[in-house]
Design a protein around this ligand. Structure first.
Ligand code: MF3
Ligand code: CO
Length: 249
């Protein structure tokens, strides 16, 4: 497994790719409201990405038909936007988006409340978000990749939530998915030693119930097997010799 180390010039481009994607997520977060179709979310995101002169990297990726993945409630990730699928009060919606700026990719996800949601749903969103921040504490030169995985696992497990095992985080750069894979659960081995200049997409996907998921017949949408709610939180980050840098916030 070869993990690429980005040069200073590449890091500048990754920073800009990340900064622009953060703006997209901020706008999408503000726009989310009951009655909006998941297709409208996708259209708004794609318009912004293209407005920056960037390319949506998810569109046509392995045949994925949209720019933004919109996953509602029991949908974990890769929900396909639809004109006839409307967000309603009480839903939670995970938005996963990415773009290419001058050949460099960024990737980030947020889970939002639609109107007023249950305290249980709110807690799931908050724990999922915090698990990313627990993981990134370990994303320092000299630590090992699976220190990140173990930290996410240890934090999430306290709450009895299910950690999705079939999908993982990843390296990112001139491709959306590069080595290494980054599991969100503890590993037997330590994984590669982290070095300054690695850019990683850390993305815990957490279920209120069990960790098991199913892949739907549309070829994309991943859902919880037990029908429980699921949340997703992701940022593209840079490993440095000091504190890690979050590129998509
Ligand atoms: N953010 C996801 C990932 O990290 C989404 C990519 S799947 C796509 O893999 F097909 F929608 F692009
Ligand atoms: Co990703």
């Amino acid at each position: 497994m070869a993990v690429s180390i980005k040069s200073a010039r590449e890091i500048e481009l990754m920073r800009e790719a990340g900064r622009l994607l953060a703006l997209v997520h901020d706008e999408l977060g503000k726009a989310i409201e009951p009655g909006m179709s998941t297709k409208e979310v996708d259209e708004l995101g794609e318009k912004m990405i293209r407005g920056f002169g960037c390319v949506p990297n998810f569109l046509h990726y392995n045949g994925y038909p949209a720019s933004i993945c919109v996953s509602v409630n029991n949908e974990v990730v890769h929900g396909i936007p639809r004109k006839d699928r409307f967000l309603k009060e009480g839903d939670i919606v995970s938005l996963d988006a990415g773009l290419i700026y001058k050949g460099y990719h960024s990737d980030a996800a947020r889970t939002h409340a639609v109107g007023k949601i249950s305290p249980e749903a709110q807690k799931l969103i908050e724990v999922t978000r915090q698990s990313f921040f627990e993981g990134i504490k370990m994303a320092k030169a000299g630590y090992h990749l699976h220190d990140i995985s173990a930290a996410i696992d240890a934090y999430v497990s306290q709450f009895g939530y299910g950690i999705v095992r079939d999908l993982v985080g990843h390296g990112i750069g001139t491709s959306l998915h590069e080595d290494p894979q980054i599991p969100n659960f503890a590993q037997k081995r330590r994984g590669v030693r982290l070095q300054a200049g690695m850019t990683l997409a850390i993305e815990p996907m957490i279920n209120a119930g069990g960790w098991e998921v199913d892949f739907q017949k549309d070829g994309w949408t991943v859902v919880t097997r037990d029908g429980s709610l699921s949340a997703h939180y992701e940022n593209t980050i840079l490993v440095t010799d000091g504190e890690p840098e979050i590129l998509t916030l």
